[in-house]
Design a protein around this ligand. Structure first.
Ligand code: FAD
Length: 468
């Protein structure tokens, strides 16, 4: 049996709490240090979204912990995007094939469920109001300032930084040799608002959809909650003509919503209160590599903070836990620091890929979801996925409904999108999407994909010539 290790996890957010479950399940002594209080005792403002979209990668990790069934009970399936056009019409775009959905879930409830699960295991202990101030990688110690004003030093065998986008563990790694790091803020921020339930507790908008009001340089989205309400998020530039800077007073906020979001405004009775009381959050992309140094390893946003437009930040963090847990099983005979290296080498490029995909999806949600050509391509892609389910997966499908590495979803997905564009140019009419010329074109293309990667390029060029 593997020797018990003393594990310190910094951060009891979604990813730190999940990693505590995985580590405790393996029988190690786990100590989790969180700078805030215990959210199970007193509601603490996470300063982040109230609900989140949970998809296949996240579910895979939760399933491994045996938590899927329990959490499905408090999650609402969203089968597609409901686009609210400027003229007041609505257009429902399914996310995937029949039966596929992403799930809206409360961040707080999910976090508490993970903490409770870790707590059920006598191997793990949570320490709240412990703020990590410094990591000494040479001596494997962590320095914390605590609620009583003390500074405590904790020794451990292994250290995991799951302390979010502005990670203290990563901050100290940045000062080590060969550590690459970049941070990019979006010029947009976000603010949360609320659509309350109907008097009978039902939802005011379609419950099983993620609602989007795309307006080119800004947008509003809404995700359903179990109590019949929707959490609404306004994404808007910080500066400029119509921005958080200029929309400050009641007489500025209301006309803005009347002009651009009248169909949402009618359901937001406390707009001014919500707008003024709720903080304006910023959105940051963090990329770094490697994700480890000596006996320490980063997980979740600490390793890869991404903007929220693909709904993948938490899902990616949960996938980190799943992947690293499996690598530790696979390489039982290796030292953990060597496994961290493998994890980092194989996986850091995936963090970078989802960061890029998330920025792109912002542009897609904001600008393209109301664009006719884009909508036609989405319909064509849906047709391809239904007619050739074994051959065609859109980029969105790969990211959201598979556990394929994000890097592959980025590269293969781009090829698929290009191909869908080519098809759309050649077959602009929906009526032709089942004819023999269309079928031939698709099959020829995917014959290429069935052939080994080595020869794919040659065949691709060959078929490109004969299809001209
Ligand atoms: P965090 O949630 O940031 O948790 C880090 C924890 O570490 C916190 O509890 C913090 O208090 C603690 N901590 C920080 N510093 C210290 C320190 N020095 N010492 C001790 N403790 C410390 N993702 C999705 O998958 N789907 C979505 O729909 C989605 N929507 C989002 C919407 C918005 C508006 C935003 C901002 C993000 C969204 N995300 C979404 C991303 C998701 O919130 C993050 O990816 C996820 O919270 C990362 O979890 P984490 O545990 O790595 O980090």
């Amino acid at each position: 049996m593997e020797a018990k290790k003393n594990i310190s996890i910094v951060g009891a957010g979604l990813v730190g709490s999940m990693w505590a479950c995985f580590m405790a399940k393996k029988g190690h002594n786990v100590n989790v240090f969180e700078r805030r209080g215990d959210m199970r005792v007193k509601e603490v403002d996470a300063g982040k979204s109230i609900n989140l979209a949970l998809s296949t990668r996240g579910w895979q990790a939760l399933k491994e912990l045996g938590m899927e069934a329990e959490l499905k009970k408090i999650a609402i399936p969203m089968k597609g995007r409901m686009i609210h056009q400027e003229d007041g019409t609505q257009d429902f775009q399914p996310y995937g094939k029949e039966g596929q959905a992403i799930y809206s879930i409360s961040r707080g409830e999910l976090n508490k469920a993970l903490m409770n699960r870790a707590d059920e295991d006598s191997n793990s202990v949570f320490h709240f109001d412990y703020k990590c101030e410094h990591v000494d990688f040479e001596h494997k110690t962590l320095k914390f300032s605590t609620h009583d004003g003390e500074i405590r030093t904790i020794s451990s065998d292994y250290i995991f930084g799951a302390d979010g986008a502005f990670s203290a563990v990563r901050y100290d790694m940045q000062r080590t040799h060969n550590f690459n790091y970049s941070q990019q803020f979006l010029e947009h921020g976000y603010k949360e608002l609320c659509i309350p339930p109907n008097a009978d507790g039902t939802h005011k908008l379609e419950k099983n959809a993620l609602h989007i009001w795309p307006r080119k340089s800004f947008m509003l989205i809404a995700l359903p909650n179990l109590d019949g309400s929707f959490t609404v998020t306004l994404f808007l530039q910080f500066k400029g003509k119509e921005s958080f800077e200029t929309l400050d007073e009641d007489h500025e906020i209301i006309p803005f919503f009347e002009k651009y979001f009248p169909t949402a405004l009618q359901h937001i009775p406390d707009l001014i209160k919500d707008y003024k009381e709720n903080p304006t959050g910023s959105l940051v992309t963090v990329k770094c590599s490697p994700w480890h140094y000596k006996h320490a390893c980063l997980l979740g946003d600490a390793a890869h903070a991404v903007v929220p437009f693909y709904g993948q930040g938490m899902n990616a963090g949960f996938q980190d836990c799943y992947v690293l847990n499996n690598l530790l099983d696979k390489y039982k005979d290796k030292e953990w620091e060597d496994v961290f290296e493998i994890f980092s080498e194989e996986h850091a490029k995936n963090g970078q890929a989802i960061a890029d995909l998330a920025v792109r999806n912002f542009i897609e949600m904001r600008d393209d979801t109301a664009d006719d050509h884009f909508l036609q391509r989405k319909k064509l892609e849906l047709n391809l996925m239904n007619t050739y389910p074994d051959l065609y997966k859109s980029q969105y499908q790969m990211v959201t409904f598979t556990t394929e590495p994000y890097y592959d979803a980025l590269t293969k997905g781009d090829e698929q999108t290009d191909f869908a564009e080519q098809l759309l140019n050649e077959f602009p009419n929906k009526e032709d999407w089942n004819n023999s010329a269309f079928d031939k074109k698709v099959r020829n293309r995917f014959l290429v994909f069935k052939i080994s990667d080595k020869h794919r390029e040659y065949f691709y060029l060959f078929f490109k010539c004969i299809n001209k």
